[in-house]
Design a protein around this ligand. Structure first.
Ligand code: GAL
Length: 371
């Protein structure tokens, strides 16, 4: 009896977990099939829940039937999600890939079924099965992070600089790093900054522009995998490996908010670190609180409502049989993908109210309750 109860309980749990990977349907139901399918990387980073919220709002307003599915960090789940959307009859697939190159197979299946594919935020590489790309200006994100460190650096030279990056499976991680390197490298080359945690970056410090392979080598050492646990343990290991001469007043390039908070916590816990300036990205609620409390220095705000609105406008044009409007192209290793690009905004303790609260993106209550 007990055994039965426990089997029954685990079945309920399993069903619950599957639903958690989950889907949410918007629009007027799936009677005529789903028109627009959205696939996002994971529910576990607050960033993607913001995107989900915007999509559901905008697609409902536009009167489209749609479904949002999460891949939960797995390219296999992502592929299953795409297949289930194809079965639901989607005409347009909006996909933010878990892994830039592994997602190729999923979008090739969509293309073969006559679906128009829009890469959302992250470019899918090495395939011709993508029609459009809707993105933020990712090189500008890295430039803004690097420039913030330069503008807020301590006096003197030989300032320790700790570098961290996103997941090597995410094309954006390369673009962010490229932007940051572009502005930081002259200060590294002239000795104002000293790289504290990457022998590969030190070996390349005189090169203004890095090849993809060179960036890969550096990312291989300083990737966080977009995971705050990885970020924290790497930061702790770097602090353990360095003596006090590489501490004091330091600069930290952190790629996004989740990793920034984790790395900031590790640096705060080290008695030899007297101050740090640290970057971020995504304007997550928890990071707005860190910024208010002086624990994180800045974040790069990416207005997900603009990105979602651009995707919905694109989907709408496609469903009408029109060509979607774009303003640039991104090469994905196979083709030049027509792209719509959105600028980004630097947010600090001085302007977060104006940029995030006055604009209605967040309420002050939302920020306070994330404390
Ligand atoms: C990137 C995305 C960032 C950040 C990161 C972590 O691809 O552009 O905004 O959220 O992933 O998931």
């Amino acid at each position: 009896m007990k055994r039965f109860a426990s089997i029954f309980l685990s079945m309920i749990l399993a069903v619950g977990m599957l639903a958690g990977c989950g889907s949410s349907t918007t629009g007027s139901g799936s009677k005529g099939g789903t028109q627009v399918g959205i696939v996002l990387p994971t529910k576990d980073e607050p960033r993607w829940l913001q995107d989900q919220k915007q999509f559901e709002k905008l697609l409902t307003e536009a009167g489209f039937t749609s479904e949002v599915l999460f891949s939960q960090g797995s390219s296999a789940t992502e592929k299953t999600n795409v297949e289930s959307l194809i079965t639901s009859g989607v005409k347009v697939l909006v996909i933010c890939a878990q892994d830039a190159s592994a997602a190729g197979a999923a979008v090739e299946a969509a293309k073969a079924a006559g679906v128009t594919v829009i890469c959302y935020d992250r470019l899918i590489t090495d395939t011709d099965a993508v029609d459009y790309y809707v993105t933020f200006d990712s090189v500008a994100v890295g430039e803004a992070q690097g420039q913030y460190l330069i503008d807020n650096k301590p006096e003197g030279t030989g300032i320790p600089l700790y570098l961290y990056a996103g997941a090597a499976t995410d094309n954006n991680a390369f673009l962010f790093f490229e932007g940051a390197w572009k502005v930081l490298q002259p200060y590294i080359a002239d000795g104002t900054f000293v790289i504290a945690n990457s022998s590969e970056a030190v070996a390349l410090q005189d090169k203004a522009e890095l090849t993809y392979d060179e960036k890969s080598k550096i990312l291989g050492q300083v990737t966080t995998d977009w995971d705050f646990n990885v970020a924290k343990s790497k930061a702790e290991a770097h602090l353990t490996a360095n003596d006090a001469s590489m501490k004091g007043d330091v600069l930290i390039l952190a790629p996004n908010d989740g990793t920034s908070r984790a790395i900031a916590d590790a640096f705060t816990a080290d008695a030899d670190v007297s101050s740090y300036v640290i970057t971020g990205q995504d304007a997550e609620l928890a990071s707005i609180n860190y910024i208010q409390g002086g624990k994180q220095s800045m974040t790069v705000f990416k207005n997900t409502s603009t990105l979602a609105a651009d995707s919905v406008a694109m989907a709408s044009a496609i469903l009408k049989g029109e060509k979607a409007s774009t303003d640039t192209t991104y090469n994905n290793g196979k083709i030049d993908v027509p792209a719509k690009q959105t600028p980004v905004t630097v947010v600090t303790a001085d302007n977060y109210k104006q940029v995030l609260v006055d604009s209605g993106y967040y309420t002050q209550e939302e920020i306070d309750s994330a404390k």
